[in-house]
Design a protein. Sequence first.
Length: 380
Amino acid sequence: MITPRALLKRRTFLAMSTLPALPLAGCGGGDILSAALPGTTGTGILALASITGFGSVIVGGQTYDETSSTIAIDGIAATRADLRLGMTAKVNGTWYPDTSTGVAQTIAVYRTASGTVTAVNNNSLVLHGQTFGWDSSTLWDGVTETSLQIGQPVIVWALQANNQATQWLLTRIAAGDGGLPTITGLLERRNNLWWVGDIQLLQMDAFKLSAGQLVWVRGQPVTDGTGAWVVSAARVASLSLEEQANASLLQMEGMVTTGQGNGMVRVGDQTLDASTLPAAPTQGQRVQVTVQRLPDGRLRINDISGSAASSSSQPAIKLSGRIENWHSAADFTIQGQRCNATNATGDVQALMANAWVSVTGTRNGAVVNVQTVAAASGQR
């Protein structure tokens, strides 16, 4: 069996963004589309990670061509133009070892939660009884750390940070009511009633989910003062066993929620075998892992990267596309993302309204601080 380590380098896999390669008409970022090569055999790949780039799309570090993919946001049909950095996405696709490029069949994005902020603490907020912390890698959209306040409606995307799914690390936060409130958490059965945290869920039986699963739920709060929700949509939020069985490679991004001993750790809500690593990751560490499913059902980590402290985690950003909303080199957008290229190097003279460019940088609040610029051509 060819292992993920042999097939894939971790950094190559991890950002659902583009890595510059040979130009490809219609792909918008100049990526190789190995599916066009005759005789190429692909490997099934499944990823659950944050979006760190575009042109094609980069999720968890892996580049995917999404030209023919089906994209949905919160279960509603969408397009690539609707995707944003920091959104957490689940990707089903095929990976071609000859090019280190993935081809996405489906991209599904679900917010982690939405609703009204009930508390703002030091580097964290409370939403539906759950605590969402942020660090320097969190992207802010329409709201800032200083403007955030109690009573403000927000939409958040985040990584699970404890076993109970009550603590999360924000990858993106946006202002806005977002329609019906949503929440991701552990589904529990208490006193013959369904709960996520302190929210009682009504009409959950129709969705045939099991207690103990990490679930995403949307609902309408009732008006009787109990705080219960009438559920309108619900699904399993993590990687299902059926999905895992259909993929030879799995890519996950998350926080290590606990070390379980005997070489086992949990990343988010997934129990993983870390026994072959030189050193097991520690609780609180933010990691990106490439995982192989073994015949006995264990998920073994074949490759890992990450920082010892989430606060120092700065995922590299790669954007390739047309410059929109041009004001100056210090203020323009690509794929809806505001950029500042004041201190950039490379083809900075290529920066102008409607130009196609490829940039790299790091996120800082709502802005990507661009480090390099390269002139590019593309059409989408």
